[in-house]
Design a protein around this ligand. Structure first.
Ligand code: ATP
Length: 454
């Protein structure tokens, strides 16, 4: 069973150094978290798995790493200035503010009063001054999604790579939303990361691609240890669709606090490329947001046979890194009762996500021969390029095993007297089965490689 309570995950995350409240020593900053020594590894591993699947293993996707600071005009024509809002209500009694669509029974969650204002739109974008003159005109936005820079770079990427639809542009990076009520640990935060693919397809093929991408993404989550039967598909009702979407399928995961969105897969049509295109009428597209006169681009492709210009449709699988980390931790977290009645906490992470792949433990802290041998084994394993291999000299093997179970290290390698005095073999202990076996050092690299592929 996955972790039953968010509290258990929050406690583990802090105790073992996965995730800390940001600005912790000053009482934190609401809706902002920092990733600690193990959290940064887990998060990087999840992002690398996404990049591998999206970019390296396909031949129809290019990568991009665009800036966070975004020209205001981009977010004007994308529709975000006008419509990227959540409905906010104020409690007249205790002065707290809430997202209207998250209230239960039209009551203030803080004081229970029903004396609430009418909902009014609250724009979620963060503004920041750019340059030495800070005024109402000189500002940029911190991007609320990574997607827009993919659209504004569309022509640059097409010109540089000669790509033609169907093809995609992938990006991983920070996004910022001034959420009215951040909550549920790293589920709803104000600074987070997204893994977004904008997949450009010929109009008319968009619905099939949309269906295919939902399947692709479910398979990918399964590969990260988040099984299909823990995800529900929500076909977002027409009146709740984002301003750019013709159809959206949300992957709703069973988080500890409830079933909520892990990833959204939207059919964004030709909305964004159309909106950012100069002289939309020439391309036969309706003005998307307002009449567009400010961009200098034609974000379209030309049919090689007819020379006609066409604005591709876009399918967008957009996943949250932080929500992904939370789902992966939740699935991996287990408390087992052992035969002797004691309990062990275990993170059964897929090996490719584990922050530490192998811990190398010398049996005796101060024994020169054992310590030197263990260091050598660490270096040998590290050179395989499998991820982080940790040499850890605490002298307490039992405690080491328990700690590494709790942080999801798939293998522990113990170096002892038998290693240096008898047969140059080590004990390899498996996290999931707790089985221990002797492996000759000469065969250790192959053994570890094979075990981590599982
Ligand atoms: P929600 O309805 O939960 O606010 P959304 O529909 O606004 O989410 P999208 O705009 O579809 O979210 O963003 C794509 C993905 O980015 C989401 O599926 C989620 O994983 C992630 N995401 C969005 N907002 C946040 C946030 N405040 N904190 C963490 N992740 C987020």
């Amino acid at each position: 069973m996955p972790a039953q309570s968010m509290d258990a995950l929050v406690a583990l995350a802090k105790r073992r150094g996965f995730i800390f409240p940001s600005s912790d020593i000053y009482g934190g900053l609401q809706g902002v978290y920092d990733y600690g020594p193990l959290g940064v590894e887990l998060k990087n591993n999840l992002k690398a798995a996404w990049w591998r699947a999206m970019v390296f293993e396909r031949d129809d996707v290019e990568g991009l790493d665009a800036a966070v600071l975004t020209n205001r005009t981009t977010l004007k024509y994308s529709g975000h200035e006008d419509t990227f809002t959540d409905p906010m209500v104020d409690c007249r009694e205790c002065k707290s503010r809430w997202r209207a669509d998250h209230l239960e029974g039209d009551k203030c969650p803080s004081c229970g009063s029903t004396d609430l204002t009418e909902p009014r739109p609250f724009n979620l974008m963060f503004k920041t001054g750019v340059g030495p003159i800070a005024d109402d005109e000189n500002f940029a936005y911190l991007r609320p999604e990574t997607a827009q820079a993919i659209f504004t770079n569309f022509k640059n990427v097409v010109d540089a790579t000669s790509r033609k639809p169907p093809f995609g542009i992938a990006q991983i990076g920070k996004a910022f939303r001034n959420e009215i009520t951040p909550r549920n640990f790293i589920f709803r935060v104000r600074e987070f990361e997204q893994m977004e693919l904008e997949f450009f397809v010929p109009p008319g093929t968009d619905e099939q691609w949309h269906t295919d991408w939902v399947e692709e993404r479910l398979t990918w989550w399964e590969d990260q240890g988040v099984p299909r039967d823990r995800i529900e598909l929500l076909h977002v009702p027409a009146d709740e669709l984002a301003h750019y979407s013709k159809a959206t399928v949300d992957l709703m995961y069973h988080f500890p606090h409830g079933v909520e969105e892990l990833e959204g897969i939207a059919n964004r049509t030709d909305f964004d490329l159309g909106s950012h295109t100069k002289n939309q009428a020439d391309l036969g597209i309706q003005a998307k947001v307002k009449e567009n006169t400010e961009s200098n681009a034609r974000l379209a492709v030309q049919d090689p046979d007819t020379n006609a210009w066409q604005v591709p449709f876009v399918i967008e699988p957009s996943a949250g890194v932080d929500r992904g980390v939370l789902a992966v931790l939740n699935e991996a977290y287990k408390v087992e009762t052992l035969e002797n009645g004691s309990e062990r906490t275990l993170l059964s992470l897929k090996p490719h996500l584990s922050p530490i792949k192998v811990a190398v433990l010398p049996l005796k802290r101060n024994h020169e021969g054992i310590v030197a041998k263990a260091r050598g084994i660490k270096q040998m394993l590290q050179a395989l390029g499998l991820g982080r291999i940790l040499y850890e000299n605490t002298g307490n093997i039992g405690k080491g095993y328990r700690r590494h179970d709790e942080v999801g290290t798939p293998l522990c390698v113990t170096v002892d007297f038998q290693t240096i005095e008898e047969d140059d073999s080590v004990t390899v202990r498996d996290r999931d089965t707790m089985a221990q076996q002797r492996v000759p050092v000469a065969e250790l690299a192959e053994f570890v490689k094979k075990a981590l592929q599982a």
